[in-house]
Ligand binder design. Structure first.
Ligand SMILES: Nc1ncnc2c1ncn2[C@@H]1O[C@H](COP(=O)(O)OP(=O)(O)OP(=O)(O)O)[C@@H](O)[C@H]1O
Ligand SMILES: [Mg+2]
Length: 464
């Protein structure tokens, strides 16, 4: 950080605390300026483009929210970190909605602030790096065990590769069987932590009374049956990655403990007062809608924000049907090579059409099972046909991906979306007509010149 030290504005009206923090931040290579009031902060912001602003929300006179507003309005790229008082999580969450990168609750230890600051910086770098990588990297069709050729999955592979380089917390969401665990493993295997352990714990599979000890470990006599001292999964993942699967099922008490781990990187074993410090990267997954659970009051909002630092959403298979042929081929190879003698089967066109039309409620896992079953039933034959697919797929009404477009929580860019649909339809019409623009225009009910104009415009449009 030395030659391009980050310029940081620290705003707090408690002079002693402010100066102590400023000193330590300076030791860590930041160039720090201080402001003791909102007014002073506004004046400094008017003069200088800081990289980072850390401000207390509660300030006499012009308060922290107004300072935050002014900072973000003037410098949309500034990294803003909010300091809040104990028990004012709502304010912190509002500040995040307003555009702050993160928050920290008073009283805090300097290390916790440093952690928040570093991960905010890392996220920012990641965002610009990701945009850069998109333009630089050769596109890939797989990462670890995940394969896919749809636009969403190719973007996903790039996202996974980019986040792998960081130690940010990632929340992986998606329906059952969409590959959440595979994505978590891919992040770990591509990360600098790959030489250390990937420890997975499924929060819904362990009875709530045991989960705490499983996660944090326990000392002898901590509870009935605790005969020895045992390391928890967190400690096992030291220097590596902890994967918290089905994190939405955690009890409120455990949610609070997990929040502390995420904020302070420390915890105590059950029955022990000694504090354990760890260096662990946390990946979490859930098939439930955590944002909704937050609004229902069943999941802590602050924990949600801590986990959702980088959201990764795996789309259901029915929204990326163009992945189906590649997945089928992948499973045929994988399963075929496990058989004795190895088999090299293919799928008939009609069977592939059925596979592509089916809705796949169980997503990729279900597809894998169907391929496995079909292989078993087609013993000996080199081609899998419709009869081997099983009744539910054979008899399913043909679905259509256009009938239920997916609307993501974070919203969409409607114009880009519509351009995407336009481009898909135009490409399909051209495929259908072997590239004949006159015939394609007719199928699209467009004038030929309109089609050509649209093609030019769409092909020029940056694929961000
Ligand atoms: N893109 C993919 N490419 C290849 N295999 C995949 C892909 N996605 C999922 N699979 C396979 O599908 C199965 C389910 O994947 P995984 O266990 O990662 O899903 P999940 O989202 O964690 O499901 P659940 O919510 O039920 O736990 C695994 O066998 C995995 O290998
Ligand atoms: Mg899973």
């Amino acid at each position: 950080m030395a030659e391009n030290a980050k310029h940081l504005l620290l705003v707090d009206d408690e002079a002693a605390l402010r100066e102590a923090i400023a000193e330590r931040l300076t030791d860590h290579g930041f160039t720090v300026e201080q402001a003791g009031s909102g007014e002073e902060a506004l004046a400094r912001l008017a003069d200088f483009a800081f990289d980072v602003i850390i401000t207390d929300l509660r300030l006499p006179g012009v308060d922290g929210r107004a300072v935050l507003d002014a900072a973000l309005e003037r410098y949309p790229d500034i990294i803003a970190i909010i300091i809040t008082g104990f028990g004012t999580v709502k304010d912190a969450v509002n500040a995040i909605k307003q555009g702050a990168a993160d928050f920290i609750t008073k009283p805090f230890q300097f290390d916790a602030l440093l952690h928040v600051l570093k991960s905010a910086l890392e996220q920012r770098r990641l965002r610009s790096e990701n945009a850069y990588l998109r333009s630089q990297l050769e596109e890939r069709y797989r990462i670890d065990g995940l394969v896919g050729r749809s636009r969403v999955m190719r973007d996903m592979f790039q996202l996974l590769e980019t986040v792998a380089a960081t130690s940010s917390t990632v929340l992986i969401t998606g329906e059952t069987g969409t590959g959440k665990e595979l994505a978590a493993r891919a992040i770990h295997h591509n990360s600098p932590r790959r030489a250390n352990r990937f420890v997975a714990i499924n929060c819904s599979a362990i009875p709530e009374t045991l989960l705490e000890a499983e996660l944090f470990g326990h000392v002898r006599g901590a509870f009935t049956g605790a005969v020895g001292t045992r390391q928890g999964r967190l400690e096992q993942a030291h220097k590596g990655t902890l994967f918290l699967d089905e994190v939405g099922t955690m009890s409120p008490a455990l949610q609070a403990k997990l929040l502390r781990v995420l904020q302070e990187r420390e915890f105590e074993r059950v029955g022990d007062s000694h504090t354990v410090k760890i260096d662990v990267r946390i990946l979490a997954a859930t098939h439930s809608d955590l944002a909704k659970m937050v609004s229902d009051g069943t999941f802590r909002e602050d924990l949600f924000y801590r986990l959702n630092v980088i959201p990764v959403r795996l789309p259901p298979l029915r929204e990326r049907r163009e992945d189906i042929p590649l997945l089928v081929q992948h499973f045929l190879q994988k399963l075929g090579s496990e058989q004795v003698p190895p088999r090299n089967a293919t799928v008939s066109q009609e069977a592939m059409r059925r596979l592509m039309a089916y809705a796949w409620p169980g997503n990729v896992r279900q597809l894998e099972n169907v391929v496995e079953r079909a292989l078993a039933f087609s013993q000996g034959r080199s081609q899998i046909d419709v009869t081997e697919l099983g009744a539910e797929i054979r008899n399913a009404p043909a679905g259509s991906e256009e009938t239920s477009p997916w609307f993501p929580d974070e919203g969409i860019d409607l114009e880009r979306y519509i351009e995407g649909v336009e481009l898909t339809m135009i490409k399909r019409s051209l495929e259908r007509t072997q590239g004949n623009k006159v015939q394609a225009a007719r199928l699209l009910n467009l004038k030929r010149t309109t089609l050509i104009e649209k093609l030019k415009r769409l092909e020029r449009a940056p694929e961000a």
